[in-house]
Ligand binder design. Structure first.
Ligand SMILES: Nc1ncnc2c1ncn2[C@@H]1O[C@H](COP(=O)(O)OP(=O)(O)OP(=O)(O)O)[C@@H](O)[C@H]1O
Ligand SMILES: [Mg+2]
Length: 251
């Protein structure tokens, strides 16, 4: 369907070569993310969340199954095509920020554009615009070591969004933040989703983070076991429902 930004079909990932001990981390995962949706993936440690996100973002290959991002089968992309596709269509924020320490915030944010050989005169207004959107204009000339955790993650989010990717993936992006910075980041993600129609897939084992999503998929034993929908309810109500379901589906 044209309205799906992500479509995952029967995804399987087995670690270990034929002669070695094998471990199936993903065992037939299928789901979709609609354009403009904010979807969460929850599951216990070791349930396959990072494995899934790494395959979706073309950092890793599945054993079998299909991943479509904006109608493009990413599992069939090779070498440069894959790097090119990732650079244009995918934004990624990680738990540990992954900023380059010897570049300023502005240079870090500009990276996805520099890598596409966009000229500096075109880059500057794009960096300024996303920095304003994430309220980090005042730290653009600072190096990562001069920033707080919350500021680092905003810089990382700006870098993930500056090229206007089809989807923003987050792997526990609040995991290394204090509770205030975590809340601020989640509220920013919520507003990017609601106001700028950014499609987001957020992996987390934290019910508070998950309560910002519109829909949550629970992954257990390498499969999607349960789905919860917010259906317009308050975040507090959704948070309670997530807590009620955690024991059954994510432990
Ligand atoms: N490169 C690898 N080689 C072998 N096994 C792996 C590899 N990467 C992950 N695994 C295994 O696959 C399973 C899923 O790992 P994954 O990192 O996807 O879990 P996760 O849900 O992200 O966990 P966490 O919440 O702790 O981040 C785990 O049992 C892990 O040990
Ligand atoms: Mg993980």
């Amino acid at each position: 369907m044209a309205n799906e930004v992500v479509s995952v079909n029967h995804l399987v990932k087995t670690y270990g070569k034929k002669q070695e001990k094998q471990y199936t981390a993903l065992n037939g995962v299928s789901f979709t993310v609609e354009n403009g949706e904010f979807v969460g993936i929850m599951g216990a440690s070791g349930s396959g969340k990072t494995t899934l996100l790494n395959i979706l973002s073309t950092l890793d290959k599945p054993t079998s199954g299909q991943v479509l991002i904006n109608q493009q089968d990413v599992t069939s992309l090779k070498g440069n095509q894959m790097a090119d596709f990732r650079g244009k269509e995918i934004g990624f924020i990680f738990q540990d920020f992954n900023l380059l320490e010897n570049l300023t915030a502005a240079e870090n944010i500009a990276l996805p554009l520099s890598l596409q050989n966009i000229t500096p005169s075109k880059i500057k207004p794009l960096v300024d615009r996303i920095a304003k959107r994430l309220s980090i204009e005042s730290v653009l000339d600072h190096y990562p070591t001069e920033l707080s955790g919350g500021q680092k993650q905003r810089v990382a989010a700006a870098r993930a969004l500056v090229h206007q990717p089809a989807i923003l993936f987050g792997d526990e992006p609040t995991g290394a933040l204090d509770s205030n910075s975590a809340r601020e980041l989640l509220e920013t993600m919520d507003s990017l989703n609601q106001e700028d129609q950014v499609s987001i897939l957020l992996v987390t084992h934290d019910p508070f983070s998950a309560s910002y999503c519109q829909r949550i998929l629970f992954i257990k034993d390498g499969q999607i076991g349960q789905e919860l929908k917010r259906n317009g309810r308050s975040r507090a109500d959704f948070y309670q429902e997530i807590l009620d379901n955690l024991g059954t589906f994510a432990e």
